[in-house]
Design a protein around this ligand. Structure first.
Ligand SMILES: [Zn+2]
Length: 494
């Protein structure tokens, strides 16, 4: 058949879809891909007809497209509890299959990746990247230096990427699904904006269905899976991809996004005679975190910035993931814990005052020493924190902490900074409720869209007006139901 011929496929619901035949169709380990004439969808078929005909694979994929699908509302046959809003949210973050092909053979239809996950012609002056997809190792590996500065993002956008990825993995795990092959190849990222998209969804492990044939990708396979790879498939000691193995791959990716290095690949030699066996041991049975505080045998001499420069919460999670949890899967933090701690760290981001700092932002860990760990610049201007508190139900005047943020000029605030019953997640409204403005030496909180915001003296602050954030001031973000109390704390770094 000639490349360019338009063919027709029949879907399971009886509809038909056109796709363009190509003799050079992109070919992965399991499937090859054609595109619809408008390039909006990919039509994928199995390389091996035995896989296509396997009722277990068909059955697993049907449940992924149907009852486990977080990109379709429950009312339209998608995952339980999914609304139109949350379905729309996750449609941007998963490349989830949308339909099953019945003829000419069993296959799937997926949306193509959004445009921002492909490099444009100005992405690099050295490498020809035009049209290549943005696998994360372009940004975290040694080729990073060839990328145009605008492509590289900064510490803040990479932290945002990590938050988005933890949230998508958390959503899968909430449904009991495991990705089974999370890696730099199956998570595309756009550091310019902090966006990410999880692809190759059809290899998901579905509860009570047969596991997929894949074991994962080098560097992301959990140590116990690699260590037991040689055992029989039926051997009870053999570890297979599951939620807990995703919980190894997830922090490997997060660590790479934040530090541009792999957490287990260091100078240690595990087998001097056999490079392949050395790799097998170093990423498997004997894997050692390069920042292990008790065992420095794999620590590079020029490590640079470490987890100790992140928030205390993130440092603890990395230690759990790569020290205790490296060889004990039950110790690994959940995706929800990662999401929560990354969000807390996000709220403590401070812009570096050095205009040449490549990372541009860092996490404020200790008010008394506000020093950018990446370039060593000491922050001179005072740092203002807002501490949010929620009133305990039925106990007037009794508050508990609901988080804190370090503010900067033009910082947006959202509903989760206003109401105690709103969280920064896929359900939250993302319209800006208020913003910070530095004006004539004052730090202001400008009310953009909050009903019932109160000043420290209890007066109504109408939309368009502002509260001055003086050290020690306290006011209600809204006097209405579930309104948070906001306390201002200014610290002057030494
Ligand atoms: Zn800096």
């Amino acid at each position: 058949m000639q490349s360019g011929t338009v063919l027709s496929a029949v879907l399971e619901n009886g509809d038909t879809i056109e796709y363009v035949y190509s003799a050079n169709a992109p070919r992965g380990g399991m499937k090859h891909t054609f595109f619809t004439p408008d390039k909006q969808f990919a039509v994928q078929f199995f390389n091996d007809p035995r896989n296509a005909a396997d009722p277990r694979i068909q059955d697993r994929i049907r449940t992924i497209v149907g009852i486990y699908n977080p990109t379709i509302p429950e009312s339209e046959g998608g995952a339980v509890g999914n609304t139109e809003k949350t379905a729309g949210y996750f449609r941007q973050r998963f490349c989830w299959p949308v339909a099953i092909v019945r003829q000419p053979q069993f296959g799937i239809v997926c949306p193509t990746y959004p445009k921002n996950f492909f490099f444009g012609s100005d992405a690099s002056a050295v490498l020809n990247l035009t049209g290549k997809d943005k696998k994360s190792n372009w940004f975290t590996g040694k080729n990073r230096k060839y990328l145009a500065p605008a492509e590289r993002g900064n510490f803040r956008t990479m932290l945002g990427t990590a938050i988005g990825l933890s949230r998508t993995v958390r959503r899968m795990h909430q449904a009991g699904l495991a990705h089974s092959d999370l890696s730099c190849n199956n998570v595309l990222i756009d550091p310019r904006t902090g966006a990410s998209v999880v692809i190759d969804i059809d290899s998901l492990v579905v509860p009570n269905k047969y596991a997929p044939e894949v074991v994962g990708t080098r560097g992301y396979i959990a140590p116990e899976v690699l260590a037991t790879l040689g055992m029989d498939a039926g051997d009870p000691r053999r570890a297979l991809p599951c939620v807990q193995t995703d919980l190894h791959a997830l922090p490997v990716l997060i660590y790479e996004y934040l530090f541009f290095r792999h957490p287990l690949i260091g100078p240690k030699i595990y087998d001097p005679r056999d490079a392949e066996h050395d790799d097998f041991l170093g990423l498997g049975e004997l894997a050692t975190f390069i920042e292990n505080p008790n065992d420095t045998s794999n620590r590079p001499p020029d490590l640079g910035v470490t987890i100790h420069s992140l928030s205390k919460g993130l440092e603890e999670l990395f230690l759990r993931a790569f020290v205790g949890g490296l060889h004990d899967p039950s110790e690994r933090p959940t995706a929800m814990e990662w999401e929560r701690e990354l969000l807390r760290a996000w709220d403590m981001l401070v812009p570096c005052e050095n205009p040449l700092c490549e990372k541009k932002w860092f996490i404020l860990r200790d008010d008394s020493t506000a020093v950018c760990p990446f370039c060593g610049t000491r922050i001179r201007s005072p740092i203002t924190k807002l501490i949010f508190k929620s009133e305990l139900r039925g106990r007037k005047g009794v508050y508990r902490d609901k988080g804190e943020i370090a503010i900067h000029d033009q910082m947006p605030l959202y509903d989760w900074h206003v109401y105690s019953n709103v969280h920064n997640d896929e359900k939250a409204n993302t319209d800006i409720s208020a913003y910070i403005a530095y004006h004539n030496g004052m730090r202001l909180l400008v009310n953009k869209n909050i009903d019932g915001m109160l000043s420290p003296s209890g007066r109504l602050v109408p939309k368009g007006s502002a509260v001055e954030l003086k050290n020690g001031a306290a006011f209600k973000m809204t006097g209405g139901e579930n309104g948070l109390l906001c306390e201002v704390l200014e610290t002057r770094p030494n």
